[in-house]
Design a protein around this ligand. Sequence first.
Ligand SMILES: *Cc1c(COP(=O)(O)O)cnc(C)c1O
Ligand code: SF4
Length: 330
Amino acid sequence: MAAGLLAPEQASAAAQAAQALPIALPPSVRALIDVGDPDDPIARQFIPSAQELSTAPEELSDPIGDAALSPVKGIVHRYPDRVLLKPLLVCPVYCRFCFRRGQVGPDGGMLTPAELDAALAYIAARPDIWEVVLTGGDPLMLSPARLSGLMMRLSAIPHVAVVRLHSRLPIATPERVTQNMVESLRLGGATHLVLHCNHPRELTDAVTAACRRLAEAGLVLLAQTVLLKGVNADVETLETLLRRLVANRIQPYYLHHPDLVRGTAHFRPTLAEGQALVRALRGRLSGLCQPTYVLDIPGGHGKVPVGPSWYDHSAQAVQDGQAVWHPYPD
Ligand SMILES: *Cc1c(COP(=O)(O)O)cnc(C)c1O
Ligand code: SF4
């Protein structure tokens, strides 16, 4: 599938890497790749490289600790007010830095009807669950019939006030955002859709048109971005991306520091580099364009903001977006 996109000497290492995580390149994503650019930021996200074959000592097989927090198949319950529900583990594209590498893949991981019943029963039995986060895999890979069935069953649970979906599908295959899909999503009530988007070039006209259909149906659109070396870890690329998201009515939500996934060291900036970028963005972009820079603590301890420390208690000073400190007594 990646034929023509790889130099022959890369091909065998890439084939090996593809055994750990499959390759999927829908035509609209493939069209974004500049085959003449060996450092193309789109190719880097989806085409395997030999660098994936080396594991850094700090990398983990379950970097976010999903396994320890799964009471029922398909559910991850870490916080009292919200659960993840993973109805399937298929994605429209496979990101080489995927935090669920090793779980996702085209084989499915689809919950059986009995498993889905058990997962929904778990949610229905716990009135503290205010929000259900559909993830996977990509929940929009469900057939329209399955998706609308699931949205209806969730909206029938009185204490579930919010359904949130995390998806890469509108970016990878915008043509699949049909009226049918939009109607299914409306069934969830206060439905929030978090789009996984890492590079401004991913926001093509077809993609922004798909997002407009979703926004006009009343969905709240948010974006999450993974901070990736060689893709977006520079202030100009992030600025263009964040402005383009907001101009298309997509609110930046999280900027993720990459998880300690095996074979992804070539993607990870240091936290200090990430903090410097966040500080620079604060100095030049509208507040509407500011995502929260977060880290998912290994072991299942949750996500926390890891942006720069703006206030220094010992110095009794606060810094501005140009990294200049000003006295401010507390
Ligand atoms: C990321 C995550 C959530 C959602 O966290 P928010 O901070 O609300 O976006 C919920 N449960 C689990 C297990 C998660 O990993
Ligand atoms: S879309 Fe998300 S779950 Fe799917 S491969 Fe990419 S990072 Fe992993």
